[in-house]
Design a binder for this molecule. Structure first.
Ligand SMILES: Cc1ncc(COP(=O)(O)O)c(C=O)c1O
Length: 421
C-alpha cells in the first residue's frame, strides 16, 4: 500500500448522482411507494389497477401455442448458445414478415434487431441518437422510461402535449415550436400508454409530414399494437416510412401477455435508406454489440409464435379488454370527482382527471392514491408519474369482476371524501 499499509480514511466509491436523478420517477417506483400505504389489516383482496402486466389473471393467460413453442425450442437443444448480437436470422425474418403484413413495403430481416423487450429497443434507439447538445421531443403524458434513458444519455428532453379534448392527439403546433436544429427525433406511443387512445391514419400522416418538415426521426412505440377495441383500427407508423424514416419498437409482451419473456424488437421503416446514410444503423448495431441479447430459446420459439398463434386467442384478449374498458368508462361516469375525457379505444389504460375542488382533504393525485390504498386497498397510479399532475392512470386489464369491485371502492372513497354542501 502506497501510504505504508495503513488504510485510507475514506472509501473511494460513492453513489452515481446522475443515475439517481435519471431514475427519480419511474412507474414501478411510484407504485411501490403507493403500495407502502396499504393497510395490512384490511381483509379484502388488494385490487391492482396500476400495473401494465395482466399475465397473472386467468382471462389473460397466454396461448398454449406460445408455451409449447418455448418448450420445444428448449428441448430441441438448438438454442443453447449465444445468439448473434442483432438476433438469430429465423426470428428476425419472422418479425419482418409479421410486421410487413400491415405495411405498404416489405421489411427485410436486416431491418430487424431483436432486443430484451421493448424496453431495450427504446434504450437502443435513444442511445444511438444521443450526442452532445441533441434534444428529443417526448409526449406528455407519456411513459417515463423515455425520460429516464434520455436523462442518463444526456439527451435533452422537450415535451409536447397530447390534447385530451382531441382524443389525445399530438399538439403538432407545439412540436414545431419546440424543435430546433438540435432536435433529433419525436416519440409517439400508439395505442397509447397512459391515455388508451388510438391515433387515426390522417393524424399519423400529419405527424410524419411534420417530422419530415423538421428533418427529425419518428420513434413509434407500438408495444400495444393490435390491442384496439374502439372505432379506430391500429395503423402502424411504418406506413409513412416513405415520408419520414420511422423506427418502430415493439415486443410480444402485451399482445401475447408474456412481459416476463423479454422479447422485443427495433425495426427500421426506411425504404429510402436515410438511417443507413446518416449512420444510425451503425450506431444501433454498435450499441447491440456492447449489450446483452434476448434469451436464445425465446428467439428460437418466435417464428412459431408469430406465425401460428390462433386468431381466436387475439380475439378473446381484445374482447376482454373491450369489456373491461367499457366497465371502467361507465363506472367512472358515476364518480363525481373524476372525469374521463375520452373512452379508451386501445392499450390497457385510461387517464382520468381529478377534480380536487369537489374533495375535502385530498392534496393532489399522489395523496389521492396513497389514501385510496390505505382505505380501500385499491392501487392506482398518480398522474404525476406519467407527467400529468392532478390526473390518475387506471389500468383496466384485470378480471372484469375485480375491476367492477375496484371501481366501486373508488366511488365509496370519493363519496366519503366529498366536500359537504
Ligand atoms: C409504452 C411502453 N413502451 C415500452 C414498454 C416496455 O415494454 P417491454 O415490457 O416489452 O419491455 C412498456 C411497458 O409497459 C410501455 O408501456
Amino acid at each position: 500500500m502506497e501510504n505504508g499499509g495503513s488504510p485510507r480514511n475514506q472509501w473511494c466509491f460513492k453513489r452515481n448522482e446522475e443515475l439517481t436523478r435519471a431514475s427519480a420517477v419511474t412507474v414501478r417506483g411510484v407504485l411501490n411507494m403507493v403500495m407502502e400505504h396499504l393497510n395490512a389489516s384490511d381483509p379484502r383482496p388488494v385490487i391492482p389497477l396500476g400495473h401494465g402486466d395482466p399475465s397473472a389473471f386467468p382471462s389473460f393467460r397466454t396461448t398454449p401455442l406460445a408455451e409449447d413453442a418455448v418448450c420445444a425450442a428448449v428441448r430441441s437443444a438448438k438454442f443453447n448458445g449465444y445468439s448473434s448480437t442483432v438476433g438469430i436470422l429465423p426470428a428476425r425474418r419472422a418479425v419482418a414478415e409479421y410486421l410487413s403484413k400491415d405495411l405498404p413495403h416489405k421489411l427485410s430481416p436486416d431491418d430487424v434487431f431483436l432486443t430484451i423487450g421493448c424496453t431495450q429497443a427504446l434504450e437502443t434507439i435513444l442511445t444511438a441518437l444521443a450526442r452532445p447538445s441533441a434534444n428529443i421531443l417526448l409526449p406528455r403524458p407519456g411513459f417515463p422510461y423515455y425520460e429516464a434513458i434520455a436523462g442518463f444519455r444526456h439527451l435533452e428532453v422537450r415535451h409536447f402535449d397530447l390534447v385530451p379534448e382531441k382524443d389525445w392527439e399530438v399538439d403538432l403546433a407545439a412540436v414545431e415550436a419546440l424543435s430546433d436544429e438540435n432536435t433529433v427525433a419525436m416519440v409517439i406511443i400508439n395505442p397509447g400508454n397512459p391515455c388508451g387512445n388510438v391515433f387515426k391514419y390522417e393524424h399519423l400522416k400529419k405527424v410524419a409530414e411534420t417530422a419530415r418538415k423538421l428533418g427529425i426521426l419518428v420513434i413509434a412505440d407500438e408495444v400495444y399494437s393490435h390491442l384496439t377495441f374502439g372505432g379506430s383500427p391500429f395503423v402502424p407508423m411504418g406506413v409513412f416510412g416513405s415520408i419520414v424514416p420511422v423506427v418502430t419498437v415493439g415486443s410480444i409482451s402485451k399482445r401475447w401477455i408474456v412481459p416476463g419473456w423479454r422479447l422485443g424488437w427495433l425495426v427500421t421503416n426506411d425504404p429510402d435508406g436515410i438511417l443507413m446514410k446518416q449512420g444510425i444503423v451503425d450506431s444501433i448495431k454498435g450499441f447491440l454489440n456492447i449489450t446483452s441479447d434476448p434469451a436464445t430459446f425465446i428467439q428460437g420459439a418466435l417464428p412459431q409464435i408469430l406465425e401460428n398463434t390462433p386468431g381466436d386467442f387475439f380475439l378473446k384478449i381484445v374482447s376482454t379488454l373491450k369489456e373491461s374498458a367499457e366497465i371502467c368508462y361507465d363506472k367512472i361516469k358515476e364518480i363525481p370527482c373524476i372525469t374521463c375525457p375520452s373512452k379508451p379505444e386501445g392499450s390497457m389504460f385510461v387517464m382520468v382527471k381529478l377534480n380536487l375542488s369537489l374533495l375535502e382533504d385530498i392534496k393532489d393525485d399522489t395523496d389521492f392514491c396513497c389514501k385510496l390504498a390505505t382505505e380501500e386497498s385499491v392501487i392506482i397510479l398518480p398522474g404525476v408519474a406519467v407527467g400529468s399532475k392532478y390526473w390518475l392512470r387506471v389500468t383496466f386489464a384485470i378480471e372484469p369482476s375485480s375491476l367492477d369491485d375496484g371501481l366501486g371502492r373508488i366511488k365509496a372513497f370519493c363519496q366519503r371524501h366529498a366536500k359537504k354542501q
